[in-house]
Design a protein around this ligand. Structure first.
Ligand code: ME8
Length: 518
């Protein structure tokens, strides 16, 4: 039986339309999910929308609409984005689903049964934009100009709330981090969390009474759960919790929660503490990716410098956008994007390198060999050397992706592509047609094999385009076990398969002159 692999993104606040940061997270998670499926894992991939909380209430009020209507309308934009960006999730979860209320009530009850919840009065600072409580010592600025560590405004809050005994979990969390050194990645995020927890934990306010848009606290009229309690629970709602058999038994604990660096504390401190309290296992890993910056500035719906990822996908193509984001933004770190950078990268790597390699080779075969796969021909050491270089690049890609080093994976793949292009330049197969047809067959046959492997390898990153090449070559087995091209080549040669002339798969994009406007 295939080994299970459970990956999630954060669930996104639908208080506005999705921006490129949301698209980035979905695309990265999708590439990992597709990669793990190719590797033969039984993958479960979840994304969705986080629809409760004060931010939603305030946005609905500003727009003069009912908060549920806002949630319904805006959540749709996120599920549309999933479709449009080719995100292969198994479950798109909405926190307004009845199943999610049941799961949230159950985890609440389990924390209550553990003696970890008590009623008290909360007085302190709250950031609506972060949906987070902060301690005085974490803030900067004075008076009404006080800001959270994320740079967002905070407001004074005073109400009776339920508290979670987070202070009891300082040592269990530190022990857990020590026993699981890969729990928080990358390293810089791990250090931040360790410092925070070592500094001491205060109990966490986990219910609100000043509004009612949330999951009601069981048996406590007037209280709704703090939005992060129900939000984090989505990861197990999606597996059928509180039923602990079925998908929950199979996929929990999650292999990775892929989230942005701003919400690592919720995932690496609060969430494992809630789970420990409820006698459930913490996830195996929390990965805090970096931010996609628009001309150096953080994008946020509340700030209003938001770029619609659908516009970028329409302008450059989904696969060009996917490739750019994973290749150019060093995974784990922040990175900037611009339309010019997207087009430049897509042209250099996809259109001019891999696309051109496939296009030249396959159309030459279609035209000059009537599409028949080249026969063995007269081989030279350069042929085996090329296939070795491609095998090495494939292996490096797989090692990198297995370790979530997505950018390094793309770089390794490009080394394989570059080796092919060098080989073409040296071997000049087009000239061999007249002078040495036997050698030409060997060269073209080597290139077709290399294209076979490189298309399979890059499938998780550019799924549509790579699939077009694989379709053209009638390559049905697209898993990692197919990376040895021998069987495919022998079978196709024997069956009389013919390559039909391809239309260019990676179009050459016009590079926008102006970098100013997104
Ligand atoms: O935080 N670049 O939702 P959210 C990259 N609902 N990633 C970005 C980004 C950017 N410019 N801006 C945001 C929430 N993100 C909560 C999560 S999970 C149980 C609840 C990332 O819509 C951000 O870091 O504000 C987060 O991982 C995700 O997008 C959703 O952000």
């Amino acid at each position: 039986m295939a080994e299970p692999y459970y990956i999630t993104t954060a669930i996104h606040y639908p208080n506005g339309r999705p921006h490129i940061g949301h698209a980035y997270e979905m695309i990265a998670a999708d590439a990992i999910a597709r990669f793990q499926r190719q590797a033969g894992r039984d993958v479960r991939f979840q994304t969705g929308t986080d629809e409760h909380g004060l931010k939603m209430v305030k946005t609905a009020r500003e727009r003069g609409v009912a908060v549920r209507a806002l949630a319904d309308e805006m959540s749709r934009y996120f599920s549309d984005l999933v479709e449009r960006l080719n995100i292969s999730c198994d479950r798109f979860i909405r926190t307004v689903e009845p199943a999610h209320y049941r799961a949230s009530e159950a985890i609440w009850q389990a924390m209550a049964d553990a003696g970890d919840l008590y009623l008290d009065r909360y007085e302190g600072w709250y950031s609506v934009r972060d949906e987070a409580f902060y301690e005085e010592k974490e803030l900067t600025g004075e008076g009404d100009a006080r800001l959270s560590p994320q740079g967002t405004p905070v407001e004074w809050t005073a109400e009776e709330t339920w508290f979670f005994r987070l202070s009891n979990y300082q040592q269990p969390l530190l022990d857990f981090y020590a026993a699981n050194p890969d729990f928080i990645r990358p390293e810089s995020r791990r250090n931040e969390v360790l410092r925070f927890v070592e500094g001491g934990l205060t109990d966490l306010s986990v219910s609100r009474t000043s509004f009612d848009w949330g999951v009601p606290v069981p048996g406590s009229d007037g209280h709704v759960m703090y939005v992060w309690v129900d939000a984090l629970t989505n990861y197990i709602t999606g597996l059928g919790y509180p039923d602990r058999a079925g998908d929950f038994a199979k996929y929990w604990p999650a292999d990775v929660h892929l989230i942005g660096k701003d919400i690592v504390r919720f995932h690496a401190v609060y969430w494992p503490a809630f789970l420990m309290s409820a006698q459930l296992a913490p996830p195996k890993q929390v990965y805090g990716h970096g931010f996609v910056l628009n001309r150096g500035a953080k994008m946020s719906k509340s700030v209003g410098n938001v770029v619609d990822p659908l516009d970028l996908a329409a302008a450059f193509g989904v696969d060009a956008l996917r490739y750019f984001l994973l290749r150019d933004i060093s995974f784990g770190q922040d990175g900037s994007y611009s339309p010019k950078a997207i087009a430049t990268r897509a042209n250099a790597d996809l259109a001019n390198s891999f696309g051109n390699l496939a296009q030249r080779t396959l159309s030459f075969i279609a035209k000059n060999l009537e599409g028949a796969l080249p026969r063995a021909g007269r081989s030279e050491p350069a042929d085996a050397a090329l296939l070795e270089a491609v095998a090495l690049a494939s292996e490096e890609f797989r090692t990198a992706f297995g370790d979530l080093a997505l950018t390094q994976g793309c770089e390794a793949w490009m080394r394989g592509v570059a080796a092919c292009n060098q080989y073409i330049d040296v071997q000049a197969p087009w000239a061999l047609r007249k002078t040495d047809p036997d050698r030409m067959h060997a060269v073209l046959g080597t290139l077709v094999r290399a294209i076979h492997d490189l298309a399979i390898v890059i499938l998780p990153v550019v799924p549509d385009s790579a699939a077009k090449i694989l379709d053209l070559l009638e390559i049905d087995d697209r898993g990692h076990s197919a990376l040895s091209h021998h069987d495919w080549y022998a079978n196709k040669s024997a069956s009389g398969f013919r390559i039909s002339a391809p239309t260019p798969i990676f179009p050459r994009l016009e590079v926008p002159e102006d970098d100013e406007e997104a």
